[in-house]
Design a protein around this ligand. Structure first.
Ligand code: OOB
Length: 547
């Protein structure tokens, strides 16, 4: 048994009884579990190819066999069901095998992105009370064994490290094996299956507990909306740990359908186009800047992309003109996806008229997704008016893990999640994203909290004050700009950027631009909120740029 098991915070995601009854009666929650459906597909589609990546080409039977081997090996090393395991792997087949193995052993994956560094990974490990970490030997030139060593120094509760590739002093994932008779029965479908990382709000990333029932519903229903069946081939081009390529419909949707999952080592056309041609890929999810890059590259490529049926774009706003370019460039069906790791996902439907596909971010998956658009006082606004988006439903969480302060802010008394997004609803129930109420930067789909980066800048001895804002960017959609009041000698911008990176953060969080100012302006004295201050700085900067 894991020693800490008794003292850790329980993993919970609870809907009120009446909602549980309703979601079951409607057939959304069917009592399926990850190990349950994976075992079933391994039996039914044993010889079909499930996962392709690098040199690997695993059938459903082989994937399940690997998962069981990994599961038994992890338990043999002393992990116990309920233990949380930070998983930081790139788009390699082992990502899928490890996560399926964790599910099989009732261990709880905590998904870190490959871009995350020590500060972030340590935060996830602490918050989740993790006892293990799984990383790769190397991915995109970075050695995760070094990170693992630092992590263990900083968070000693992380007692186990498992490595894909050359493990050095750690345990190799490839060497994992154990007594399969020791594997547990399948879990309670309403129990938490994993912890996802929040993208869409302020401060440090929060942990999102998703249950078997709710998550499986979300990708099973997505399969139907996105046309995923057994003959589909789904390409994971974005980081596999992100909710979009994981479940909208993502690789889990594809595995649920008995389809083929192909992992692209990078999101760019160079890596992806060859795979599309070779594997006859039918569906892929992209963020807007990538979709534009792909649309341009498609005109020039020698690769045959004719198998592509659906290109999904989400994670950040796809403006109408960009949507037109994507449709023209890729010559297949565009599907807009507006989702969040906390739950709610909206899709334009494959048979929607082009006008809707170009101008909206879709409508919710479920008839039981309750979507409210409200003003600052919480009163519903009419269709066509911009307001705050609140959501509640069969796959939207009711609480974050281990974060009462965030829960008090992020959820209403009657259980709606405050998404932080500003939207308009059309008469047909489609949503158009207009912006957001929270101060984060959506940098090509990667979310950066202004507050988090300001904290790191303020720790620099030559920074008196700092405000981080989003600036519209032609390519990224938004880029980050830090306004800095120097304290003493003005540091060089490159120095400040290196400082932020040196604080153990993902590279995408390093400010794209640094602007030194003497003061934050005459109106920005005293009681002005950080939020107003950021807005003022942004406006002044944009006005100056325009003049
Ligand atoms: C996806 O998930 P997260 O958790 O990284 O970020 C959620 C936030 C949303 O609240 C919204 O602010 C923004 O990302 N967002 C969009 C968008 N899709 C996401 N903003 C405008 N237009 C869109 N189409 O990003 C995510 C999760 C599942 C599926 C797709 C995206």
């Amino acid at each position: 048994m894991s020693q800490s098991a008794d003292t850790r915070l329980p993993l919970r995601q609870v809907w009120p009884d009446a909602f549980v009854a309703r979601y079951r009666a409607a057939g959304y929650w069917r009592g399926e579990t990850f190990p349950g459906f994976l075992r079933d597909r391994a039996r039914r589609f044993a010889g079909d190819v499930a996962v392709v990546g690098g040199e690997a080409r695993w059938t459903y039977a082989q994937l399940w066999d690997r998962a069981e081997r990994i599961a038994a090996g992890l338990l043999a090393h002393g992990l116990a069901p309920g233990d949380r395991v930070v998983v930081q792997l790139g788009n390699i087949p082992e990502f899928v095998a490890v996560v399926c193995g964790l599910f099989r052993a009732q261990l709880i994956p905590v998904y870190a992105l490959p871009a995350h560094r020590l500060t972030e990974v340590a935060h996830f490990a602490r918050r989740a009370e993790a006892s293990a970490y799984v990383g790769a030997e190397k991915y995109e030139g970075f050695d995760y064994r070094t990170l693992a060593r630092e992590l263990q120094r900083e968070v000693p509760a992380v007692r186990h490290v498992f490595v894909v590739g050359e493990a050095q002093e750690f345990v190799a994932v490839d060497a994992l094996d154990g007594d399969r008779a020791a594997l547990p029965d399948d879990p309670d479908p309403q129990s938490v299956a994993f912890l996802q990382i929040s993208g869409g709000s302020t401060g440090l990333s929060k942990l999102i507990p998703r249950t078997h029932d709710d998550y499986i519903y979300s990708f099973r229903a997505s399969n139907e909306i996105c046309g995923i069946g057994r003959d589909s081939v789904y390409l994971v081009a974005l980081p596999a740990a992100h909710n979009f390529p994981m479940s909208s419909p993502g690789f889990f949707g594809a595995l649920y359908a008995g389809a083929r999952v192909v992992l692209s080592p990078g999101p760019g056309p160079d890596a992806a186009f060859a795979l599309i041609a070779r594997e006859r890929v039918t569906c892929v999810g992209l963020v807007p800047p990538l979709a534009l890059l792909w649309a341009d590259a498609a005109a020039k490529t020698a690769h045959d992309l004719s198998s592509l049926r659906v290109v999904q774009v989400g994670g950040a706003k796809l403006v109408p003109e960009a949507a037109r370019r994507v449709i023209a460039g890729l010559g297949c069906t565009l599907q807009q996806v507006f989702g969040m790791a906390e739950g709610l996902v909206n899709y334009t439907r494959l048979d929607d008229p082009e006008d809707i596909v170009i101008h909206t971010q879709g409508r919710p998956i479920s008839p039981d997704d309750e979507v409210l658009v409200v003003d600052d006082r919480g009163e519903p606004v009419p269709d066509g008016t911009t307001g705050h988006l609140l959501a509640r439903g069969p796959y939207t969480i009711r609480a974050y893990h281990n974060d009462p302060a965030a829960n008090a802010r992020a959820f209403t008394d009657d259980g709606y999640y405050r998404t932080g997004d500003m939207v308009q609803r059309t008469a047909g129930g489609y949503l158009i994203v207009q912006g957001r109420a929270t101060d984060h930067i959506n940098r090509a789909g990667e979310k950066i909290s202004a507050e988090e980066i300001e904290d790191h800048l303020l720790a620099h001895p030559q920074v008196f004050d700092a405000a981080v804002v989003s600036i519209p960017d032609e390519f990224l959609g938004e880029r980050s700009c830090a306004f800095v009041i120097p304290g003493g000698a003005r540091p060089r911008p490159a120095e400040l950027k290196a400082w932020v990176r040196g604080r153990g953060l993902a590279a995408f969080k390093v400010p794209d631009q640094i602007v030194f100012v003497e003061a934050f302006g005459t109106t920005a004295v005293g009681k002005v909120s950080r939020r107003e201050l950021r807005a003022q700085l942004r406006e002044r900067f944009l006005a100056q740029e325009a003049s």
